[in-house]
Design a protein around this ligand. Structure first.
Ligand code: ZN
Length: 292
């Protein structure tokens, strides 16, 4: 697919407010509990975000697969704003008291299909690889059979899906799901760049990934860490959608912690408008992402 640099289409801004691994110890402004998440979601919505990407934490601040906490967070978020709620189906990892990385099991991840009230959309992850960060590493297990089962569960409930690809080979896995009729087109891609073990955050890699996806797909760039701002601005310039938020970067600028997720969204809205793109509203994003 060619990038559409002349496009004046709306840009969907997703706010990934919490993430799975780092917590308040790294940035005290990171929302962890459902009440804080609901307020952050409202603030991001008011700032111009259309999608809220969610992971939840237990009372101890650690990542958790606890469905009751998902239910509570989604309910509170939905009561405060109409922002599209998106569940990260990786759930995430955390470091336990012994310094060991704990990851959610595939069974726990399938449990996300039982959330009630359900989120409007979920993400799936298109390949298995070694997910490495400075905080630790783990195998991010995403076998094809698991994605088939998960997609069937989403389809049954009429829920939307965004597909996270961390490397170019993952796009081949996605196309296999499309060919089998399990994943419907247009596919909504996220190119996740900058996680060690996945594709590095290089401009030429955005072009390589774009070359592999079918016409009509939507796409966004998610970049983790210090190159996040530059890579997401580049994606926006090329006609893609973008994600921001403290899951991806706890800093506003070098050495300066972000004050809030909304502060990060506000910056992306300013940049979007400066380059002639307007943030998609929730209603517009629902049409673009094929959500009911
Ligand atoms: Zn996530």
């Amino acid at each position: 697919m060619n990038p559409d640099i002349l496009s004046d289409n709306k840009v969907i801004i997703t706010a990934a407010i919490t993430g799975g691994l780092h917590g308040k110890a790294m940035n005290p402004n990171l929302p962890e509990q459902p009440e804080e998440q609901a307020q952050a979601a409202l603030d991001c919505y008011n700032a111009g975000a259309a999608v809220l990407h969610l992971h939840v934490r237990g009372p101890d601040g650690l990542n958790t697969p606890d469905i009751n906490i998902y239910n509570k967070a989604l309910k509170l978020i939905g009561e405060k704003s109409p922002i599209i709620r998106q569940i990260g189906n990786g759930i995430g990892a955390y470091i336990d008291e012994n310094g060991e990385i704990k990851v959610a099991t595939l069974e726990q991840r399938l449990g996300l299909l039982t959330i009630s009230p359900q989120a409007e959309m979920h993400t799936i992850n298109a390949g298995t690889f070694e997910f490495r960060t400075k905080l630790g590493s783990s195998t991010f297990n995403n076998p094809l059979w698991f994605n088939e089962k998960y997609l069937a569960g989403l389809d049954e409930q009429g829920l939307g899906v965004e597909v996270e690809v961390y490397d170019i080979s993952h796009i081949a896995n996605v196309m296999e799901l499309v060919d089998k009729g399990i994943l419907k087109t247009p596919v909504h891609f996220s190119f996740v760049m900058g996680i060690m073990g996945g594709i590095p955050p290089e401009p030429r890699h955005i072009m390589a990934l774009l070359n592999e996806i079918p016409d009509g797909s939507t796409w966004q760039v998610i970049t983790i860490g210090r190159y996040q701002l530059r890579m997401t601005v580049m994606a926006m310039t090329l006609g893609g959608n973008i994600r921001t938020g403290m899951e991806d970067n706890i800093y506003y600028s070098r050495g300066v912690l972000a004050e809030s997720n909304a502060q990060l969204v506000e910056r992306m809205v300013r940049i979007a408008r400066e380059i002639g793109r307007e943030p998609a509203t929730v209603e517009e994003a629902k049409v673009m992402l094929g959500l009911k």
